[in-house]
Design a protein around this ligand. Structure first.
Ligand SMILES: O=c1ccn([C@H]2C[C@H](O)[C@@H](COP(=O)(O)OP(=O)(O)OP(=O)(O)O)O2)c(=O)[nH]1
Ligand SMILES: [Mg+2]
Length: 176
């Protein structure tokens, strides 16, 4: 890593012996992968809270954003429920990843279609064929450490005028 990039120390506690300590895969990556610490089956239309086995002590003024990995979004119908997830600086609990399986039920039982597209194995189980199995060790999301300013709110009677004004929600021409 060069000195061009801001650096902050973040203390991490392993809550599970197999938790994977975050690491940036490449020097200029914004995110580090978050790894599932236990197997989690997600039936079609269902959601799951997948544990990472990690707790963070972020410095005040920072947050950890839990963001999707584009590969998972492109290759599967798994979606982060609350993307981007917000881990507050004061949070000392386990960081978990909320994941939805947005497939509809196939009505057939069969092989489980695998979550993150890695650790490619199929498992014979009596589950709907549109279920996903997140395997322990799957890289299910990515974390981004970000700076968050704190706002000092001030209630006023009038806001300043701007070119946009109150136009929004497609005011520039996007049709629904
Ligand atoms: O994807 C996420 C989002 C949140 N959290 C943890 C850390 C965060 O600090 C805490 C609360 O998250 P958030 O503020 O988004 O949820 P809330 O519904 O507002 O809960 P709370 O009332 O506890 O703030 O849950 C995660 O582990 N993963
Ligand atoms: Mg909150």
């Amino acid at each position: 890593m060069t000195n061009e990039r801001p650096v902050t120390q973040v203390k991490i506690k392993k809550l599970h012996q197999d938790a994977v300590i975050p690491a940036y895969a490449r020097a200029m990556d914004a995110g580090f992968d978050l790894v599932a610490v236990e197997d989690t089956l997600i039936a079609p239309g269902q959601s799951a809270k997948v544990p990472t086995g990690l707790a963070f002590a972020l410095p005040e003024g920072f947050e950890l954003q839990v963001r999707p990995r584009s590969g998972i979004s492109a290759k599967t119908k798994l979606r982060l429920s609350n993307a981007p997830g917000t881990v507050d600086a004061g949070y000392r609990g386990e960081v978990c990843v909320l994941i939805d399986n947005i497939r509809i039920a196939s009505g057939k039982s069969g092989k489980v279609c695998l979550g993150a597209g890695e650790n490619e194995v199929t498992v014979e189980q009596e589950v709907d064929a549109h279920s996903y199995l997140i395997k322990k060790g799957d890289r299910i999301a990515q974390g981004v450490i970000a700076i968050v300013p704190v706002a000092q709110f001030e209630v006023v009677d009038e806001l300043d005028e701007t070119e946009r004004g109150a136009g929004g929600f497609g005011s520039s021409g996007i049709k629904s």
